[in-house]
Design a protein around this ligand. Structure first.
Ligand SMILES: O=P(O)(O)OC[C@@H](O)[C@@H](O)c1c[nH]c2ccccc12
Length: 392
């Protein structure tokens, strides 16, 4: 009941315009923050059960109203914390664009605050709605039970290192990707299991499976099908993770690794998500795109695998010299000292591209477009490396 007690203060200190705010942002979820205001609600909810929430949910209207305002305020605060770390991606306002009323009509006014500013922000806002719905159907308690039946997690980094030792080339994470917002449909006749098997046969160390449906035409069904088909390469669940619940979900569907995007997640979220990953046996691939993100991630304990994405997810700009630039000087030294494996991601098409990022210091690469487009994606791997890297 400590939570309820602390709710009194925002009530007493509500600014005079708060009723207007309330009508603009009627909240959709119950947010109770009496612990760490710097931690995104979703992560916090996974770390500790929300004590007293049932009591609050059934309590009187005014308290709920206060919670709603509080939720909005904390949401704004989280965006500020993220912005202070250079994160431009904001979280979706709790109920989306505010409603405006004019006589008998109702419309939504587009403005800076309620409209996504770029594709990544749009994806993240959409993901928030998706995850909220999925969570209702499968709350964490149910998911935790499902984990007992999940196939065991396999060693993702071990597979990358073994491939590097075997071939003297970066270990390949081959991506099962049907489409992307920047490139459209990559492959019409898309059979995820056949593609995965061809990749494995062609010498891939690990696979990445897109699970976002709306923007990448992927699915969790694809991930499950590939795992159930007996593919031995460890699987990365390629998803936009904004809520720790998704980690449990990915594991329950057979993932061995997950992607955490530093452009989206504040430091504390990454830190706690990495801990949850360890608890679940999942490998976290933490993705960065610029020096600031890289430095943030290098400062977080326990990170073993970092991906440098050559594509800016906000603008789609692609430039493979980003991998080289980020691995120069002091950073390369830290990577070495901390024994972190670096993955070069996106825009790699030729043996020269592979040699270029290998020279820059990567021990693994993540490749989608150039290999998934080939009629035989396994052969696509030989073309990419300029030689046969299959085990046979
Ligand atoms: O198809 P490409 O250019 O080879 O890129 C693969 C992979 O790096 C890319 O799909 C990717 C990297 N990070 C992401 C984050 C979300 C979605 C997609 C991605």
């Amino acid at each position: 009941m400590e939570a309820v007690a602390s709710l009194k203060s925002p009530f007493q200190s509500l600014p005079p315009f708060s009723s207007t705010l309330r009508s603009f942002f009627p909240p959709s979820r119950l947010y109770i923050s009496t612990r760490n205001p710097f931690l995104t609600s979703s992560v916090q909810a996974q770390m500790e059960p929300i004590e007293g929430s049932a009591a609050i949910a059934s309590s009187s209207e005014p308290v709920e109203e206060i919670l709603k305002v509080k939720e909005w305020e904390v949401g704004m605060f989280q965006n500020e914390v993220a912005a202070s770390q250079g994160i431009r991606i904001r979280r979706r306002p709790p109920t989306g664009p505010p409603l405006h009323y004019v006589g008998p009509f109702e419309f939504r006014l587009q403005n800076e605050g309620n409209t996504p500013r770029n594709i990544l922000e749009e994806i993240v806002w959409n993901k928030g709605v998706e995850v909220a719905k999925l969570k209702e159907r499968k709350p964490l308690i149910a998911l935790k039970k499902a984990l007992a039946n999940a196939p065991p997690a396999r060693d993702f980094i071990g597979a990358l290192k073994a491939a590097y030792e075997r071939t003297a080339l970066p270990g390949l994470i081959a991506e099962v990707k049907k489409a992307s917002p920047s490139r459209g449909i990559l492959r019409e006749d898309f059979n995820p299991v056949e593609i995965a098997q061809a990749y494995e046969k062609g010498g891939a160390a690990c696979l990445s499976v897109l699970t976002d449906e709306k923007y990448f035409k992927g699915s969790f069904e694809n991930l499950e099908l590939i795992r159930k088909a007996g593919v031995k390469c460890p699987l990365l669940c390629k998803e936009f993770i904004i809520d720790a619940w998704q980690l449990y979900y990915a594991r329950s569907k057979g993932a061995d690794a997950v992607l955490l995007i530093a452009a989206v997640l504040p430091d504390l979220d990454i830190k706690y998500m990495v801990k949850i990953c360890k608890l679940l046996g999942l490998t976290a691939l933490v993705e960065v795109h610029d020096e600031r993100e890289f430095d943030r991630v290098l400062g977080i304990e326990g990170i073993e695998l970092i991906g440098i994405n050559n594509r800016n997810l906000e603008t789609f700009e692609l430039d493979i010299s980003i991998t080289k630039k980020l691995l120069e000087g002091e950073r390369r030294k830290i990577v070495h000292e901390k024994n972190i494996t670096i993955v070069g991601e996106s825009g790699l098409f030729t043996p020269d591209d592979i040699a270029y990022v290998q020279e820059a210091g990567v021990k693994a690469v993540l490749v989608g477009e150039s290999i998934v487009k080939q009629s035989d994606p396994g052969k696509g791997i030989s073309i990419l490396f300029g030689k046969d890297v299959s085990q046979s």
